[in-house]
Write a protein that binds this ligand. Structure first.
Ligand code: HAM
Length: 421
């Protein structure tokens, strides 16, 4: 039997990889504009890291992790997200001790969650994320939102909606926690087993339960906004004020609690369209307690992550193609064996000169060679036959306008370079 790809995964085939590279390149460029440096952490980590970092009562930890034992009986997990790993690395390498603070970091790489696969939801997906560790300045919250928006705008996306909330400081959270217990407790029997288990431990998680989403008590649940302490409210006002001044529009949504436990203060999502439905393209927020939770000194943090899979759907909906017009500078069409040999040599020279160049290897007729040049989206086609060998000069056709010129073999690289630039 033919072996097939695991459910919830996919291959990026050669015709699509160019778009992935463009997206990744754009992410790197935007990060450079904002002075974020790349961090690369392992694909697997100790299971404990996510239990403590993401939170024991979250769906991610309870239902979605790919856990396995290695041959040394260690419990390891394919990372379901990047924040916990980045914080682990920050603590392990004592990056908090460097003079360069805050640490402004970004990552691009695969994450793994055992979820029910559907459009925009896969079991292996690629996140681009940023984390800023070491500053509690509200302008950092605004900066990462501006970074995400700049990234999307650079790619051409327009239909975006930023949704904002605050989960407050630990004191606000504690007061809200009690109010949620009081709200749900009398009717908790009507909720699913997960919600019942979460009531005392982490009632906030009830609010993002997928099963009991439509229960009437969800709509009337006490809102965190009403429990914010003065300093938490003040902090949130500052973040909103900076976004206002930056001209970044947002909507407030007091039900935005996010699915991971580490958040406090600012939380946000950027929504976009994907095949008719509105989905979350980006999720993020502040997590001032995570570094100390994972054994480091009290250090504030804030970040976001977005997946390339959902971004691709949004690009499709907005009819944005990231494919470039040409993928080759020139293609050599050779007629006859001797011309074929010469083509191989010229090809090598053109490549050494920094031109993207290719030729036929399938013994095609001239017409079919031109077709191949078209498939390769080549800017120019160089034709070499007996006549051209004799003259030591090739015919060079500009594929954009059909014009043709004769160019000496020795001049080909300079000629093409001048035309392309
Ligand atoms: P998250 O909301 O779990 O947050 O995921 C962030 C983004 O990853 C989502 O908005 C979505 O675009 C994408 N995503 C999540 N699951 C899938 C999936 N199964 N298939 C495709 N895309 C998916 C986090 O991961 C946090 N670490 C974000 C963060 C960074 N918060 C602070 N710093």
């Amino acid at each position: 039997m033919l072996i097939q790809i695991p459910r919830g995964t996919y291959d990026v085939l050669p015709e699509d990889s160019e778009v992935w590279q463009k997206i990744e390149e754009t992410a790197r460029k935007v990060c450079a504009l904002f002075n974020y440096k790349e961090i690369r952490t392992p694909i697997f980590e100790s299971t404990d890291l996510f239990q403590r970092g993401v939170g024991d009562t979250t769906d991610i930890v309870q239902k979605e992790m790919y856990n396995f034992k290695d041959r040394g009986e260690r419990s390891l997990t394919l990372r379901p997200e990047g924040t916990a790993s980045v914080v682990r690395s920050f603590v392990e390498h004592k990056l908090f001790g460097l003079p360069n603070q805050p640490a402004k970091l970004y990552y691009i790489g695969p994450m793994f969650r055992y979820e029910r696969p559907q459009s925009g939801r896969t079991r292996q997906f690629t996140q681009f994320g940023v984390e800023v560790l070491g500053s509690k300045d509200p302008s950092v919250d605004a900066e990462i939102i501006a970074l995400a928006m700049t990234f999307y705008k650079t790619l051409g996306l327009k239909k975006l909606k930023l949704v904002l909330n605050s989960l407050g400081d630990p004191e606000s959270r504690a007061a809200h926690h009690e109010a949620l217990i009081a709200h749900f407790k009398p009717s908790i029997g009507e909720f699913c087993e997960d919600c019942r288990n979460r009531l005392e431990k982490n009632p906030l998680r009830i609010l993002d339960c997928k099963k009991d989403h439509d229960h009437p008590l969800m709509k009337t649940a006490p809102s965190i906004i009403d429990f914010l302490t003065e300093p938490a409210r003040d902090y949130f006002e500052k973040v909103k004020g900076i976004l206002d001044e930056m001209g970044i529009a947002y909507e407030l949504d007091p039900t935005l609690v996010r699915g991971l436990d580490y958040y406090n203060h600012t939380t946000f999502e950027i929504m976009g369209s994907s095949k008719g439905a509105i989905t979350t393209l980006t999720g993020g927020g502040r997590y001032n307690g995570l570094v100390s939770e994972l054994g480091g000194p009290e250090t504030p943090g804030v970040g976001f992550a977005l997946s390339i899979e959902r971004l691709l759907l949004a690009l499709e909906v907005e009819n944005i193609s990231l494919k470039s017009e040409t993928s080759l500078d020139c293609f050599i069409a050779a007629i006859g064996e001797e011309a074929g040999r010469k083509a191989a040599v010229i090809l090598n020279e053109l490549r050494q000169a920094g031109l993207r160049a290719d030729k036929d290897y399938m013994d095609r007729k001239v017409k079919a060679q031109f077709k191949q040049a078209d498939r390769d989206r080549s800017g120019f086609v160089i034709v070499i036959g007996d006549e051209e060998l004799q003259a030591q000069a090739a015919k060079v056709r500009n594929m954009a306008d059909g014009s043709q010129e004769e160019v000496a073999f020795t001049e080909l690289a300079d000629y093409l370079k001048a035309k392309i630039n």
